[in-house]
Every structure is written in structure tokens, then in C-alpha cells.
Design a protein around this ligand. Structure first.
Ligand SMILES: Nc1ncnc2c1ncn2[C@@H]1O[C@H](COP(=O)(O)OP(=O)(O)O)[C@@H](O)[C@H]1O
Ligand SMILES: [Mg+2]
Length: 293
């Protein structure tokens, strides 16, 4: 269990946002210099400084910095095209930045594959749920852990019996998770039979199979009916109380405001603001960015 009260120290994140990340970049080099002499709980679980990513002529992410305190539920918002999903791709190394650094749990991750990052405890979901329609819900859960841990076929082949015991355990674990997200009764159905909202839940269930410290959620409430949105929020809060840190992209402001300890705002590929939900809600620049859409 993580006690949520002692937050990570007050890194100058508001200042960082105002100066488009330079301060956080400084903090990051400090973090590296300080290394392990600082208590681990005082380091942000995830921190990135000065990230840049261009696609052709478009700077999708332009000198962006962000940090996610351990034990927090951190929000990431911004108008369409602001660079949120690209930032997720950079944070999880699905794509490589042109510039900038990402530290997870105090370690640089730029040389790791996404599955290695998952093994270290950071997993992400996709804006468009990736469940395989022609596999059962249970098979999707089991496949997720295989993919995220990078297990390969030959390894599995040679380790025969031991693998079967592990598989049984994984299956039990998958069932427990499916129960917690209200999908146990669908375990043997095709994933294609799930509603949009249930697919989002399955996507979260798949992320949980990796036993993560940090989950990045890309629009968990998009296209989900209000009842299921409430259920998803409840689950996120419960998992957070159990010790999982979240970074959540979401357009539904009720979700962001009710869940998040801290919110980062991007606009046109840049840091626009960072603060508590209350601060963000009344920030005139943020309101302008949304109205200007
Ligand atoms: N793979 C890509 N190739 C070219 N342009 C891209 C690619 N991914 C994103 N973009 C562009 O980068 C910008 C940011 O996109 P995205 O990160 O998806 O924004 P958001 O998730 O905030 O809506 C957009 O202008 C988008 O068109
Ligand atoms: Mg997006």
C-alpha cells in the first residue's frame, strides 16, 4: 500500500511549464548527479525533460517536460493534436525522441525496448484498444503478459512443465483481475463480443497482468458509457490505493478533475501549464487553448 499523503518534493513544475521545461531539465541533471543519495521516494517515478519529436515538418512534441510523482494519479490534457499520444509514445519508447531524456524510477530508458520497460514496471494502453477480437478475453489477458515480458516461443517450448505451472498461475491471476473489472463472466467469450467500454477495461486488465508500478492510460473514458466510466474511475482509484501510479490522457474533464492529484497541459506540442486540477480549471491560458480549438 502506498500512503498518498507524502507527495514527491515540490519540484518547480509550474515554473517548468512556464519556461517550457528548462527548469525540469535542470532538475533531471540534478537527479542524475544526486543519484541514489536521495531517498527513492523523493524521486519522481517518471520524469522527462526537453523531449522533441518531429514528423516531417511538424514538431508534434516541442521541448516537453513532465514528471509523475510516485503514488500519484497524474493527468495529461490538451486540445486535439497537442502531442499527448506522441508524448506517451516517447515516454514508453515506442518511438524515439529527436532530443530529450526520460527517466523511469531514476534510470534512463532510451536504450530499452518497450517490453523491457514493461518488465521494469511501466506499461501503457492505447487510444484505440488493441484487444484481438478473434481471441477470447482470457487469451487476450495471457497474450498481454507474454508480449509485455517479451517471452519467446523457443524459450516456452524448452521449459515445458515449469511453463505449464506458470501458465496456470497466470490464468488464476488473469481471472482475479477479470473479476475486479467485472469481466470474469466474459472470460471465454471472443473479445470481439465486448462493448467499447468493456474493451477499455480489458485493455487495463491486460496492462495489470505485467504487475506494473506505473500505467499510462490513453483516453480510458473515450467512447465509454457513463455507468462504465464510473466503474473505470473506481477501479483506477482502487489500484492507485494498492500502490500503482497512473498517468492519464483524458478529454473527459470530470474524470481528470475527480481522479488527478496534478495535471499537465500541452498545447501545440508544448508545455502550457501544470498544477492541481483546481489551478488548471481556472487557468486562463488553458481555457483559451481549449476555446481556440
Ligand atoms: N506518426 C505520425 N506521423 C506524422 N504525424 C504524426 C504522427 N503521429 C502524430 N502526428 C502529428 O503530431 C501531432 C500530435 O498528434 P498526437 O500526439 O496524436 O496528438 P493528441 O494525442 O494530443 O491528439 C498531430 O499534428 C499529428 O497529426
Ligand atoms: Mg491522442
Amino acid at each position: 500500500m502506498v500512503d498518498k499523503s507524502p507527495k514527491s518534493p515540490d519540484f518547480p513544475t509550474d515554473v517548468a511549464a512556464e519556461t517550457q521545461g528548462e527548469s525540469l531539465a535542470d532538475v533531471l541533471s540534478e537527479v542524475e548527479d544526486i543519484g541514489t543519495s536521495m531517498a527513492p521516494s523523493q524521486l519522481p517515478l517518471l520524469a522527462a525533460g526537453g523531449l522533441v519529436k518531429s514528423f516531417g515538418g511538424i514538431r508534434a512534441v516541442d521541448n516537453v517536460s513532465i514528471e509523475v510523482a510516485k503514488g500519484s494519479i497524474t493527468g495529461l490534457i490538451g486540445p486535439n493534436g497537442a502531442g499527448k499520444t506522441t508524448l506517451f509514445n516517447l515516454l514508453s519508447n515506442f518511438i524515439h525522441p529527436d532530443k530529450g531524456r526520460v527517466l523511469f524510477d531514476g534510470e534512463p530508458i532510451q536504450n530499452l525496448q518497450p517490453h523491457q520497460i514493461a518488465q521494469r514496471g511501466m506499461v501503457r494502453t492505447f487510444q484505440v484498444a488493441r484487444a484481438l477480437s478473434r481471441l477470447s478475453v482470457m487469451e487476450n489477458m495471457l497474450l498481454a503478459v507474454q508480449k509485455q515480458t517479451g517471452e519467446n516461443f523457443w524459450n516456452t517450448w524448452f521449459r515445458g512443465k515449469q511453463i505449464r505451472a506458470e501458465e496456470r498461475q497466470q490464468k488464476e491471476r488473469a481471472m482475479t483481475i477479470l473479476e475486479s473489472i467485472g469481466l470474469a463472466h466474459m472470460a471465454n467469450e471472443y473479445a470481439g463480443a465486448l462493448s467499447g467500454g468493456q474493451r477499455k477495461l480489458l485493455e487495463m486488465g491486460r496492462a495489470l497482468m505485467a504487475n506494473p508500478q506505473l500505467i499510462l492510460l490513453d483516453e480510458p473514458a473515450a467512447g465509454v458509457n457513463p455507468t462504465l466510466i464510473n466503474q473505470i474511475c473506481d477501479r483506477i482509484l482502487t489500484w492507485n490505493r494498492e500502490g500503482i501510479t497512473f498517468l492519464i490522457i483524458e478529454h473527459n474533464m470530470d474524470v481528470i478533475m475527480s481522479l488527478c492529484d496534478r495535471v499537465w497541459v500541452l498545447a501545440e506540442g508544448r508545455n502550457l501549464a501544470a498544477g492541481t486540477p483546481a489551478e488548471i480549471q481556472t487557468n486562463s491560458q488553458v481555457l483559451e487553448a481549449y476555446l481556440g480549438q
